[in-house]
Design a binder for this molecule. Sequence first.
Ligand code: PAF
Length: 284
Amino acid sequence: MEIVRSIREMQEYTKKWRANNLSIAFVPTMGALHDGHLELMRVAKKTADVCIVSVFVNPLQFGPNEDFARYPRPIEKDIELCKTVGVDGVFLPEVHEIYSENFSTTVNVGVITEKFEGASRTSHFQGVTTIVAKLLLATNPDWMMMGQKDYQQVLVIKKMVSDLNFPVNVVMVPTKRDDDGLALSSRNKYLSDSERKTALQIRKALLVGKQLIDNGSKTSKSIEDAMQSVLQSVEGIRIDYCSVANAKTLEKKNELESKESVVLLIAAFVGTTRLIDNEVVDVH
Ligand code: PAF
């Protein structure tokens, strides 16, 4: 497995792989790898000849009061985990390799970045789209695998890829969960035992919302109210948003339409840890 630290070297590797007619799948990560990331890598391995993983904690996507400094960075363990699934190359740049001192170019995707995560975390998506654009230019993949847990992020990246004509297929891979239903996330490491139990309400709320829609409920407010009651039935959760939206556009409507695909989206603080999760539901 190659460990690559510079953009130029990464581009040389991809050039060589492409010259040998090998297809490339790419998994962007911020490290602190868990089985959700490994699942993306397994899908990447099945899809293409070569699998590249990037590990880069991107300062541009963290707000001033967010957890950039304390974000976990178990890099040796991450490298070992990549080896276990047969990754071919790990791209491991330092911050100064990606952002030179006078770096001043960013990528902004309109509309779909304005709500939910974008409303709560100003300039977060600008940081994500800028780094993903740079990573795509460094790795030049045929496919890029991203996890459904960050549902809006995947839609934002798909929009960027389509608007800027990046020659890559973005694949959304279903969320990996612990046995109790908690979506795997590097931020779960911040949770105490009791907070972890509290966090399970998020999944429960999503399943209550899904059940209502499956049973024929079509009024967004009643679905959102039901999900909120589940979240608020325990101490220690602060809701950021808890919404039903169209699964493609993230637009919100008062009444869901038959045959529409919707997504239930929750972001909530459990203690000081902000967690997100979602569930896609087809309306009958
Ligand atoms: O989902 C993440 O871990 C990050 O947002 C990503 C896509 C690796 C960009 O830094």
